[in-house]
Design a protein around this ligand. Structure first.
Ligand code: NAP
Length: 261
């Protein structure tokens, strides 16, 4: 049986380039998406030579509507693509009042809007065929407003929620949806936020991160948090959230919000 082609965004470096390496070694043909054509050519040439898979390159700035549309069209129309790795993303430095309005809007465009549009482009076709997978790269920051990366974390909270909702919607149709939540991982993203990764502690190597994420992928986990030692903590957190759901179904405000006579 032919293995599905994997389209990976942000595949020119970092986590995306390692996903490309690992899926190529599993025998999947690839479509690499990013802005830097030269770097993608280098990744593609090495993987073609080392693994023999076919590697196609789609140069696109995913914050530009027309370029994003070409990737959406490819996902809609190319029936060989069965796995989307929604990985492209970035961060910005500074506090909220230091970040310009345009820079936070740009962050949202890449980390959420592009990711959403690409998932929306491929999902109907996968649901129709009854198979396939969408992997969305979030972050533990999406669970931690305390980490002082507010807008970045908000985009990653979106990624987690979207993935959980899509998993509920698409899972019964045979489509697997995974959210991967890395913590600090050694990639160039830290240069973009103005931090020297060598000064940070507890940095995961990018190969270890992706290999762990793929263990979660193979187990069909909905949420994979590679650095978290105690999986029971995530399960307890999610169980607490679910326990609130019946409490949302009340026609009357809770007692504490009623004005005392
Ligand atoms: P990275 O090394 O900076 O790589 C980011 C990738 O996204 C590159 O391939 C880059 O390629 C691409 N990209 C950036 N802007 C783009 C645009 N406008 N259009 C298309 N592609 C674009 O970062 P990374 O650490 O591997 O990040 C990958 C994902 O992991 C992101 O979603 C990030 O938020 C998430 N993550 C990372 C960490 C970490 O500590 N590293 C932790 C948690 C989550 P071009 O420059 O060639 O376009």
């Amino acid at each position: 049986m032919t293995k599905p082609t994997v389209l990976i965004t942000g595949a020119s470096t970092g986590i995306g380039a390692i996903y490309a390496d690992r899926f190529a070694r599993r025998g999947h043909d690839l479509v690499l998406v990013a802005r830097d054509q030269v770097r993608m050519e280098a990744v593609a040439a090495r993987l073609r030579q080392e693994t023999g898979v076919a590697v196609d390159i789609l140069q696109a700035d995913l914050t530009q509507a027309t370029e994003l549309a070409t990737v959406e069209a490819r996902l809609r129309d190319d029936a060989s693509i069965g796995i989307l790795v929604n990985n492209a993303g970035t961060g910005i430095g500074g506090s909220f009042i230091e970040q310009s309005t345009d820079s936070v809007a740009h962050l949202v465009a890449l980390n959420t809007t592009a990711l959403l549009r690409l998932a929306s482009a491929i999902a109907p076709r996968l649901a129709k065929s009854g198979e396939g997978a969408i992997v969305n790269i979030g972050s533990v920051v999406g669970l931690a407003p305390e980490f002082s990366m507010t807008v970045y974390g908000a985009t990653k909270a979106f990624v987690l929620f979207l993935s959980q909702g899509l998993s509920l919607e698409l899972g019964p149709k045979g489509v697997y949806v995974q959210a991967v939540l890395p913590a600090t991982t050694r990639t160039e993203i830290w240069d973009h936020v103005g931090a020297d990764v060598n000064t940070l502690s507890n940095v995961m190597e990018v190969g270890d991160l992706v290999d762990a994420a793929l263990v979660g992928f193979d187990r069909r986990e909905t949420v994979t948090i590679p650095p978290l030692p105690d999986a029971g903590q995530w399960e307890a957190y999610d169980a607490t959230r679910q326990a609130m759901l019946p409490g949302f179904r009340n026609a009357q405000p809770a007692e504490r919000y009623r004005k005392s006579a």
